[in-house]
Design a binder for this molecule. Structure first.
Ligand code: DCP
Ligand code: MG
Length: 478
């Protein structure tokens, strides 16, 4: 616990949804839900307008549709969110060498270590400037918390939401924490929270009143001591710059269990290719190839093979994955397949998704359904949720249509009408709304799915890049 509020926590507001609203003028101020749209899809996030209806992250999309039938439902554009995340993390790294990303849109920064702040006034100034810079560079809002510890900085950014800044003056944290729910404390999840509540402990003050011995009796030694210390606002956890990447992996869950052995083999090949693309994208190579199979009854197994040296060769990874699959009994069908590469030989600091893969690997090792679920969510966050649905095969074996698939929310370009995004598709038709981040709300047109004038396109940046010669480009058109 420091005596100056020089630990900063940044969390972008409704990150994926805000990025979508900034991209699509017709959705500004509207309920927007971003997530998997298939039968087993889950919500990645919802705009604040959609949260009013009770829609939130990790809720099944089917349930969200019942709560908010009129919201726009969009498939995540993971690469786009990652590029915004890189811009944001880049701004944070200008403040300090100690930046600890927690997910694509969230990080701790040690301002003191960066020499940019030493007291309340200087910390606040850095926070205010940072929010303005993020706005300028990405076009989006993020909330900032400043405090003398990580726990309080995170609580502060939560209080600041949306689009705000909260600084907790050192010395005031005990009084602030006291009436809060025990669930506010790091280390108190739903299960621990219930356990404490049954013992008559609902608030942080009640933990302090119960005393350390009682906490240890209720939660065990390590956990009890830890939670008690947090209740007293004793949090000395340092901001850690980088967590080493342990593996890169991809996986797919299938709407319908796959039984056909040939199809399973093809899926594994496809996953191996995707995994290598990702590995290469992160400038990594690895020695151990891992295959993950979840069977019809949810039993999950992983098999691995370690090569003589690290590889990023797609043929090598494909063959190893195929060999591993040979030794797995898939009778009864599989509902999930995954391919990963671990024992990484190189490491890049920006490798956010590998951190998530690390969490996933840890969860696999623990073989606990709860941690696996958390890891899945973490991984989906880091990947921008894009893999969960976008690459999912359309249905039962062999039902792959030849036509291109148009995912709602994804970018397209029409030779005559220009850039737009897919609003929906079905029955051989695709509807496109023609608008850009810099236009007003656009109009909708319908095409045949195989219209040769319509092409998938790259996302447009939210803030237009200045044109040549440093000439300024207007940015507030909407
Ligand atoms: N995310 C996800 N699955 C989850 C939770 C989040 O895919 N279960 C993704 C979508 C979010 C992003 O990660 O936009 C950041 O997560 P946050 O928890 O920070 O949520 P938001 O930024 O959406 O909203 P808030 O304003 O509450 O931070
Ligand atoms: Mg956020």
């Amino acid at each position: 616990m420091r005596t100056a509020p020089t630990i900063l926590h940044l969390d972008m507001d409704a990150f994926f949804a805000q990025a979508e609203q900034a991209s699509k003028p017709s959705l500004r101020g509207k309920a927007v839900v971003v997530g998997g749209i298939g039968p087993r899809g889950v919500v990645a996030t919802a705009s604040y307008e959609a949260r009013v209806f009770g829609v939130h992250s990790a809720m099944p999309t089917a349930q969200a549709r019942r709560l908010a039938p009129h919201a726009a439902y969009l498939t995540p554009r993971g690469g786009f969110y990652r590029s915004i995340s890189e811009q944001v993390m880049g701004l944070l790294r200008q403040l300090s060498p100690l930046v600890e990303p927690l997910s694509l849109d969230e990080a701790f920064v040690d301002l003191e270590a960066g020499g940019v702040a030493w007291d309340s006034a200087s910390s606040r100034l850095v926070g205010v400037r940072l929010r303005a810079e993020i706005r300028e560079v990405t076009g989006l809002t993020g909330s900032v918390g400043l405090a003398g510890s990580k726990m309080l900085a995170k609580i502060a950014s939560e209080q600041a939401k949306p689009d705000g800044l909260v600084l907790i003056e050192p010395g005031t944290e005990r009084a602030l924490l006291g009436p809060m729910s025990v669930r506010t404390l790091p280390g108190v999840g739903p299960a621990t929270g219930d356990h404490l509540r049954r013992a008559g402990i609902a608030t942080v003050d009640e933990i302090v009143e119960a005393g350390e011995d009682e906490l240890v009796r209720l939660l065990g030694k390590a956990h009890g001591h830890g939670v008690y210390a947090m209740a007293l606002a004793r949090d000395d956890r340092p901001v850690v710059a980088e967590r080493e990447a342990k593996s890169v992996s991809v996986e797919d869950t299938y709407d319908v269990d796959i039984h056909d052995r040939t199809r399973i083999g093809l899926e594994v090949q496809r996953l191996a290719e995707r995994c290598v693309r990702r590995l290469r994208g992160a400038h990594l190579s690895g020695r151990t190839i891992v295959l993950k199979v979840r069977r019809y009854d949810f039993s999950t197994l992983t098999r691995s093979e370690t090569l003589r040296g690290p590889t990023d060769d797609v043929a090598v990874v494909r063959e190893a994955a195929a060999r591993l699959l040979d030794a797995v009994d898939t009778t009864g069908g599989v509902r999930l397949l995954g391919v990963g590469v671990s024992g990484l030989a190189d490491y890049t600091q920006e490798d956010l998704f590998a951190q998530a893969a690390e969490a996933a690997a840890a969860a696999d090792a623990a073989e606990s359904a709860e941690t696996a679920e958390v890891a899945r969510i973490v991984r989906e966050r880091a990947e921008g949720g894009q893999e969960a649905e976008a690459d999912r095969p359309p249905g039962p074996e062999g039902a792959q249509p030849v036509e291109r698939r148009w995912h709602p929310g994804h970018d397209v370009r029409h030779t005559a009408y220009g850039p737009g995004w897919v609003q929906g598709s079905g029955l051989g038709r695709v509807t496109v709304r023609f608008e850009t981040p810099y236009s007003g709300p656009g109009r909708v047109r319908t095409f045949r799915v195989d219209d040769p004038d319509l092409e998938p396109a790259e996302p447009l940046p939210l803030v237009p890049e200045p044109s040549g010669g440093g000439e300024a480009v207007g940015r507030a058109h909407a």
